[in-house]
Design a protein around this ligand. Sequence first.
Ligand code: FAD
Ligand code: UDP
Length: 387
Amino acid sequence: MEDIIVVGCGFAGAVAARKLAEEKKKRVVILEKRSHIGGNMYDSEDINGILVHWYGPHIFHTESKRIFEYLRRFTEWVRYEHKVMGNIRGQLVPIPFNYSSLEDLFPEDNASDLKCRLSRTFPNKTRISILELLKSDDAEVKRFGRAVYDMVFVNYTAKQWGVPPEKIDSSVINRVPVVLGYDNKYFQDPIQYMPTNGFTRLFDNMISHPNINVEVNCDASKRIRLDRKRGRVYFDGKVWDRPIVYTGALDELMEYEFGALPYRSLDLVFERYKMNYYQLAAVVNYPNEEKFTRITEFKHFTCERASTETTILKEYPMDYDITAPKGNIPYYPIINEENLILYAKYRDALRRFGNIYPCGRLAEYRYYNMDAVVDRALSLCESLGIK
Ligand code: FAD
Ligand code: UDP
């Protein structure tokens, strides 16, 4: 019999399972409802031999040497610096919006004046939040901020989240700054890599341990039952009093007791073209007219073998609805005050069950990047205090 159940085989589940199996010497079973491991990081080669991220583009980036050293144990990595362009009024400019974007989109005189004002207003700063720019005391800088907000942020955010930007926590928009200079890297983290043979290989190696058993096509909600009155957990009909690391959605686990937690989903549309490259950068954002938010061309990630075919992905944001044919994967928690209050109710109710530990993007309703999920899973398992 296993010592610990892990629900979900995304990064949160796989890292937790490995840590518990290897360091705590526990027998772990991972239950994964999809037909494969890797969660939203799952990738594999398509019919043209191009490594495709089937749930959207994933680039590993972190500040933490410790997290990267941990992951390096499981696969080879190749340096990769992520670049994004934005299609603004038909012109491709760097995103985050930087001085090159400014020069491309503003008249020359105006651009020089704005660069001077920006340096004067924000001395010693290389990046600034768009929301801070909008509050500037310098009228010209404020007007510039408004223009960038309108060109890059307003419509993209409304498309992505299905509500106006004011209804989304400012931390979401602040993930993408305005750059006061010519740096055109999308992420600021010093460590940026891609796994040479893909993320699925990383997962394969991570869960390949004699103490780990994985069951795919296994929906844990059909095997785990909660007796709310007694605060008791049942697994396959028997009382289960050992730990469960749970990485699915809490509302689903608790049978929507307080109503559904809102998530945002995506309709992911893949297209193949007979051409070497479709676009100039790995990702091109379409903030305005189009219904999709961005196009990813996978070949750019691994600087792949030139070939006559390429595969791209268009992301169409949509509401999450578990019963619908599309939009039935909860990709993004929608971070705002109302939703966090609802989530807190689930989290409080979960305390009735002393042996369920929520971990990861869904279970904690947090906009975690990959490195933060790894960190969280490692520290959770460290703190479990199991002997
Ligand atoms: P998930 O990957 O969602 O894994 C949860 C797993 O649990 C899933 O496999 C699910 O099927 C399973 N599960 C759920 N319920 C049950 C159940 N009842 N029974 C059994 N199994 C269940 N981060 C970055 O750092 N860089 C990026 O470039 C980046 N790009 C992203 C792009 C997109 C489109 C998205 C959506 C996210 C991106 N992320 C990125 C974030 C990254 O995907 C997450 O940080 C990471 O995947 C979270 O891992 P997780 O294990 O918490 O969740
Ligand atoms: N964003 C935007 N325009 C862009 C890129 C990002 O308005 O061209 C905003 C938008 O609100 C988005 C958020 O910044 O949801 C975070 O973007 P990020 O690229 O980090 O999103 P993710 O890769 O997680 O989808």
